[in-house]
Design a protein around this ligand. Sequence first.
Ligand code: JFZ
Length: 339
Amino acid sequence: KDERMKWWREARFGMFIHWGVYAQLAGVYKDHEQLRGGAEWIMNRSKIPVAEYREYAKQFNPVKFNANDWVKMAKDAGMKYIVITAKHHDGFAMFKSAASSWNIVDATPYGRDILKELAAACKKQGMKLGFYYSQAQDWNNPGGSAARKVMSEGWLNPDSARIDAYTKEHNGHWDPAQETASFADYIDKVSVPQVKELLTNYGDVAVLWWDTPTNMTDDAALKLQNLLKLQPQIITNDRLKRPNFPGDTKTPEQKIPNLSELDGLDWETCMTMNGTWGFRTSDNKWKSKETLIRNLCDIASKGGNYLLNVGPKPDGAFPQQSIESLQAIGNWMKVNSEA
Ligand code: JFZ
């Protein structure tokens, strides 16, 4: 394990990327600002019907996306790896998938496999690439699970009471289309084949970043964990299923542990630059450059890694604030390594 963890322990700094169809909504549904949670949650928070959410993919056309630019921005900031949402909870695959047509190649006018392009750019520039994959929650592919959230966390809808009663009866689901298959079927027909695709079609995969084990079974977790053999060097986190699948790394979220909390295990703090993982037009709560640099120092000094998030805009460009913060961190690194 030490051999496998070597690069990761030296890396200290990585880029998290949350990008998908939700960037298109950017925190607003039918003129209603989302009330709570990250903008990547808008489909669940606002209880958007499956067919309606799918319409947004037809507008997803990130003509400014340039994989080489993204990797260069990460590299210039001093980052050693990138972890991107291959599939977030909305079930949308940012890669060509034979397991579900709800993917960027088959469901958008853009029609390009952005993971392919990112993998090529990372290889060229010597950057490690990992995939975030929401293995359990999937609000689009039938049988996927849905964390229970109430309608009022999206926006105050005149129909909120009825919708909340429905989700209560239906294990967090709000659309009958979500329940035309069992969770076990979803694992076998979507999760397992897609993870296989990710671990087969994109060259070296440095990290598999699981998330939110809602309704996960041991059976499902074992099937997914077994696939990791396809990439013997891969590093994985502790979110496949708790507590029996600890993975390689702990994932404190939005916080930096105190020295007294450290237990000798490898850890990585993931954090947003503002208040959302997915792009949100109205979120201007940007952390200062000084704060980001201090966080990196604090984390590195305690032996952890900093996975700092960027939520690209629907056109494929990074928000200007993120670009400037990344540059500031990179400049600081340069000055302090030449000294
Ligand atoms: C999850 C996602 O739901 C979210 O959209 C984002 O991708 C984030 C990185 O991960 O959210 C979580 C997961 C775990 C905790 C909190 C939020 N946690 O353990 O406190």
